[in-house]
Design a protein around this ligand. Structure first.
Ligand code: TXA
Ligand code: MG
Length: 347
């Protein structure tokens, strides 16, 4: 299959290109598109066969459900039994990087929700995603547009590297603003939600609306044999071929440790301020800038790209600082411990 790549302007995508993409969705094909979080791999979320194609091309386990993307928060009613807490969350955070899990209506194909009684809905704010959903006239089922197990794509090039020849079209809308996937909450009752995946919408923000319980898998405390609330959380994820090693300790200890490990098989993800320290010892192509030490949104924005870039053929170990698990840092922490298969080195 030839994968067509079309560049579109983020704020005013070409209507003809969007129309073509929407036709592909309507006939059961696959279109990758940008969202404010990461690129999604979209198919008609009301068609069983279309959703099946997503699992096939991603190599995704059949028990890991998809998110239904809608253009207007009120469209959730078509697919779920919405609750008052959903209305509050929608008013506060939609369109935006939040996914909400609720009881599914029968209209949602079993393949989309991996046979669960619940379904995840999200209303993305990215103008290209909005235009595509509206033009398709349906909800779009979309996981992140990477091959299962590799980091989520934050630009069209990443999608192309994983998906060329497997899907019909890629809409290239440039780099994603956030760079980590949406926050996922499951509504338990009108006063309580369960955080399944942290993201740019933080626990602090959610707590203003209702109680927030945090699933064990979020901080990586899932015990051997324990079932993850969100099926996706149990899979090894974002994993580079090299070993990612997270260093926990103060700046000095971390820097000295890295300088004691120098050889030609290491790569380092470091804060901007540390570049001049490592620069004389580590070649440019193995040293990666996460952004200024206090700029957590930039660390989030760069993480997946740097995991792809640092995974070089001759690199066997990638060192990175373990972030603080608070605010948006919780999302970064969650992705990094999963990419590192929970390997944390205390120094
Ligand atoms: O930002 C995002 O959410 C991106 C963009 C494309 O919208 N999408 C995304 O989808 O990250 P995906 O498939 O890579 O991650 C969806 C996660 C998975 O971990 C899955 O297990 C969980 O959501 N999930 C979906 N439906 C669920 C349900 N009914 N119950 C529990 N977890 C669910
Ligand atoms: Mg994913």
């Amino acid at each position: 299959m030839n994968t067509a790549v079309h560049a579109v302007l983020k704020n005013s995508p070409d209507a003809l290109v969007i129309k073509q993409a929407a036709e592909i969705i309507r006939r059961g094909g696959l279109v990758a598109f940008p969202t404010e979080t990461v690129y999604g791999l979209g198919a008609d979320g009301t068609r069983d066969d279309a959703a099946h194609a997503i699992y096939r091309v991603k190599g995704r386990p059949a028990d890991n459900p998809l998110i239904l993307h809608i253009a207007d928060p009120t469209d959730a009613e078509k697919y779920t039994y919405v609750s008052p807490l959903y209305e509050k969350l929608a008013n506060a955070f939609m369109p935006g990087p939040l996914t909400v899990i609720m009881s599914a209506k029968e209209t949602v194909p079993l393949s989309v929700r991996a046979s669960l009684p619940t379904v995840a809905v999200r209303c993305p704010s990215h103008p290209v995603a909005q235009a595509l959903i509206r033009a398709s006239g349906t909800a779009i089922a979309a996981p992140s547009a990477n091959l299962s197990g590799s980091p989520s794509p934050t630009c069209a090039r990443h999608v192309y590297d994983d998906m060329q020849g497997r899907i019909d079209m890629i809409l290239d809308g440039g780099d994603c603003d956030i760079g980590l996937e949406s926050t996922i909450v499951k509504i338990l009752d009108d006063q309580t939600m369960l955080l399944l995946r942290p993201g740019a919408i933080t626990v602090e923000q959610l707590s203003k609306l209702a109680n927030v319980q945090i699933a064990d898998a979020v901080k990586g405390t899932l015990k051997e044999g324990q079932v993850a609330e969100s099926p996706g959380m149990k899979y090894k994820h974002y994993a580079p071929k090299a070993e990612l090693i997270l260093l926990k300790g103060n700046d000095n200890a971390r820097q000295n440790y890295i300088l004691s490990q120098l050889d030609s098989s290491i790569a380092v993800l470091c804060y901007h301020e540390e570049l001049s320290l490592y620069g004389p010892h580590i070649p440019e192509d193995r040293l990666f800038d996460l952004g200024k030490a206090d700029d957590v949104p930039t660390h989030c924005n760069r993480l997946f790209r740097l995991l792809r870039q640092s995974d070089l053929p001759n690199v066997t170990r990638i060192f990175a600082p373990l972030p603080l698990a608070e605010g948006m840092g919780l999302a970064l922490y969650n992705r990094m411990i999963r990419a590192a298969a929970h390997r944390i080195t205390e120094i």
